[in-house]
Design a protein around this ligand. Structure first.
Ligand SMILES: Cc1ncc(COP(=O)(O)O)c(C=O)c1O
Length: 289
């Protein structure tokens, strides 16, 4: 077993290959659960408290009574990050409703949740001196997901199909918009654009995930720069006309976009604002632990 194969399942650390759950687990049958992905660089979790707060919020959102302390989750995350063979890893942490004797949509409140976590390697963080080789290509698609996209649920089939459709068409990710053209997010990232020196991102609502990276970018810029950030409704046309477009997520951090459909974005692989913001992000991201 390599150290990166370590997992946590229901109170025990064990090799990931030995982790087993019942097929009657409601996570398996219904996608009835929530999850987090916590990025850890140099084995230190980024935004740990924010990730745990979101996890606790999401557990409440799907009807769990409070049952585990913040320390419980922090211990699992830090243990897996410290044991990881990789300097840079993500910790995937998943809580499902648990195993029920009978498959039925409704659930008993007495089930014991299934807790599963493991770490996986992620790339070293980008910076202005460690630029991505190429910008991402996005395919715009009408957002056909449900209206609780603000909850990080394991039932990701909507996101999976949007992402797959983009990749099958030769793109890297989807740029999702609701009817009328209002952009929400990508299928596994939040979205930003830059126009005339101002950074824009869609405001939080039930149609997008309150990404931890999104929040960190906004806070770092507000606390440590004069760069203006506006959270406002944006259309696909706004993104096409932007000087730069970025995706943000725990594993990508801030990734430049070079193309949307057949339109090339001016900033391309790494625009001047991306270079400023990625360096500020690297300098200050640990302050928000
Ligand atoms: C749909 C969606 N939006 C946004 C994000 C970015 O969130 P975070 O920055 O917390 O990783 C993710 C991450 O997985 C996601 O799946």
């Amino acid at each position: 077993m390599t150290q990166t194969d370590l997992a946590f399942l229901n109170g025990q650390y064990l090799p990931k290959s030995e982790a087993r759950i019942s097929p009657m687990d409601r996570g398996f049958l219904f996608g009835d659960g929530i999850y987090e992905v916590i990025p850890c660089h140099h084995r230190k979790p980024i935004g740990l408290k924010r990730h745990i707060d979101r996890l606790q919020t999401n557990l409440r959102a799907i009807g769990f009574a409070p049952y585990a302390s913040d320390e419980h989750w922090a211990t699992i995350i830090t243990t897996l990050a410290e044991q990881s063979r990789s300097e840079h890893c993500g910790v995937y942490l998943h809580v499902s409703r648990g195993v029920a004797a009978k498959r039925h949509h409704t659930f008993s409140k007495d089930l014991t949740p299934t807790e599963f976590a493991y770490s996986f390697e992620i790339p070293a963080p980008p910076s202005s001196s460690n630029k991505p080789h190429a910008g991402l290509k996005l395919k715009s698609q009408e957002d056909l997901r449900w209206f609780h996209c603000d909850v990080k649920v394991t039932a990701l089939l909507g996101n999976v199909l949007h992402y797959q459709q983009a990749v099958d068409s030769g793109f890297d990710e989807a740029l999702l918009y609701r009817p009328g053209g209002r952009v929400t997010e990508a299928s596994a990232s939040n979205v930003f654009c830059v126009k005339d020196g101002i950074v824009y991102t869609p405001p939080l609502s039930n149609t997008l995930l309150p990404g931890i990276t999104r929040g960190l970018i906004i806070d770092v810029l507000q606390d440590h720069s004069q760069i203006e950030v506006k959270q406002q409704d944006l259309t696909v046309e706004d993104f096409l006309a932007a000087d730069e477009v970025w995706l943000s997520s725990s594993t990508r951090e801030i990734a430049p976009v070079s193309q949307i459909d057949d339109h090339l974005i001016k900033g391309g692989t790494s625009g001047p604002m991306w270079e400023r913001v990625i360096d500020l992000f690297q300098e200050h991201k640990y302050e928000y632990a």
